[in-house]
Design a protein around this ligand. Structure first.
Ligand code: ZN
Length: 134
């Protein structure tokens, strides 16, 4: 069995971390797949996806701060759109996740959540979810 779904997100601010765990869990539960894999894919070049702590809001804030330190805006950048720092953070974090589905649910650690990362917002974004299994 396999299903393909998508949903939209409106991000706030130039950088933004949006917790999308609930949406992905809901799609997984509705897929009818009990044992399998869930692939979450972000089709953008200045936004990414990651798994990180979902309990303390200072964690996403601090990781975002660290990413901004690793990839600040630089006058040496050539890309005419002026958002090379955002493109760099997107490459560091990545466009997709592969998660385990068991018992009809995503297998995540107690403190883990799925975070959509905006680096060049605010924008309207998309997330694709493929659930495969039996
Ligand atoms: Zn660009």
């Amino acid at each position: 069995m396999t299903t393909l779904s998508e949903f939209g997100i409106r991000t706030n601010g130039e950088t933004d971390w949006v917790n999308i765990t609930g949406q992905v869990q809901k799609i997984t539960a509705a897929s009818g797949v009990s044992e399998g894999i869930c692939v979450v894919f972000v089709p953008h070049t200045t936004a990414a996806i990651t798994v990180n702590e979902n309990a303390d809001p200072d964690v996403p804030r601090d990781v975002n701060f660290a990413l901004n330190c690793i990839s600040p805006d630089r006058r040496e950048f050539r890309h005419g759109e002026g958002n090379s720092a955002a493109h760099t953070k997107t490459s560091l974090v990545g466009p997709s996740l592969t998660l385990i589905v068991t018992g009809g649910k995503l297998l995540l650690g107690t403190w883990q959540g799925i975070w959509f990362n905006e680096y060049d917002g605010p924008r309207t974004r998309k997330v694709h979810v493929r659930v495969i299994g039996e």
